[in-house]
Design a binder for this molecule. Structure first.
Ligand SMILES: C[S@@+](CC[C@H](N)C(=O)[O-])C[C@H]1O[C@@H](n2cnc3c(N)ncnc32)[C@H](O)[C@@H]1O
Length: 282
């Protein structure tokens, strides 16, 4: 596997910075409020977050090395460092089993369908989709982070799931034109800067069959209280278009038709369903 040393150094620097901030926070909490149950609990959280991120990063390096694939070129924010802890943390921020069931309900998968899950992460949605399409269908998950693919394969094997996983970037999907009935994109578009969003969605449309559908669950213009937390992200190129409510425009720009917002989750996420109608190169 080709190891991206620059990315590794960045992660190492970011993790060290997190650990230092954690230690500083613990020192401030204990110096300010002394030793009590609640100050110790707060200190444990302040230290626990960066330490678990560091541990996860260390583990992910070993997992990534076990996947025999080149790291694809992408300008997207990949999350290999979080692969070992990702699925345990999701329910803590409201993205547990109920959220996955809601996504699959909107996807309306039918037995025998061919499904692609782009930016599949640890494959939690791919496994659910695989159950929904049954043995006559098939689900493929792709992620640009080899460590995510390593965890996805391990979890699928543990669960006895037929879902298959590949290391690949959405900007260059390694599949034939008009191959899939359905593409799922869950919490991934906000990882892509504007040009990668455009290219990725054109690729998704290319691999969809005529009449196929794309289900996107992602960050959208937030409900009011969220703005207090989210506004700094308006300066982050991958997330800003989402927060400005521009995802439907990106879908339209990639040639999708009948784009509909079908649901909301937690005041921050929207579920869109879009269709490929008529094959013409965009
Ligand atoms: C927040 S996670 C979402 C994972 C999963 N879909 C879910 O719903 O839990 C976003 C994923 O997108 C992946 N990713 C980022 N840029 C990508 C790209 N250009 N191509 C494919 N995957 C990418 C990251 O590595 C990460 O696993």
């Amino acid at each position: 596997m080709h190891v991206n040393t620059q990315a590794r150094m960045k992660i190492r620097a970011a993790s060290s910075l997190c650990a230092l901030i954690g230690i500083a926070l613990v020192a401030v909490i204990l110096a300010r409020w002394g030793f009590s149950w609640w100050s110790l609990a707060l200190a444990a959280i302040a230290l626990g977050c960066p330490v678990s991120a560091l541990y996860s990063w260390w583990l992910s390096q070993r997992m990534a090395a076990s996947v025999d694939a080149d790291v694809p070129h992408t300008s997207g924010m990949t999350m290999g460092w979080a692969a070992p802890i990702y699925e345990s943390y999701c329910p803590l921020i409201g993205l547990g089993a109920r959220f996955r069931r809601m996504t699959l309900r909107h996807a309306g998968l039918r037995m025998g369908e061919q499904v692609l899950d782009v930016g599949c992460g640890t494959g939690v949605l791919s496994r659910g989709a695989s159950d929904a399409v049954g043995p006559d269908g098939a689900v493929q998950g792709i992620d640009a982070a080899p460590a995510m693919v390593a965890v996805a394969r391990r979890e699928a094997a543990k669960a006895g799931s037929r879902a298959q996983f590949k290391v690949a970037a959405i900007e260059a999907l390694p599949f034939e034109t008009e191959y899939f009935d359905v593409v799922l994109s869950s919490l991934m578009l906000h990882h892509l800067p504007p040009e990668a969003k455009r290219q990725g969605l054109r690729e998704v449309r290319r691999v969809l069959k005529d009449g196929g559908r794309l289900i996107v669950v992602d960050v959208d213009r937030p409900a009011l209280p969220w703005w207090l937390l989210m506004w700094p992200l308006l300066f982050m190129p991958p997330v800003a278009p989402n927060l400005r409510g521009e995802i439907p425009a990106y879908l339209e720009g990639a040639g999708f038709a009948r784009i509909a917002a079908q649901g909301r989750w937690g005041g921050l996420l929207t579920v869109w369903v879009a269709h490929k109608e008529g094959w013409q190169r965009i």
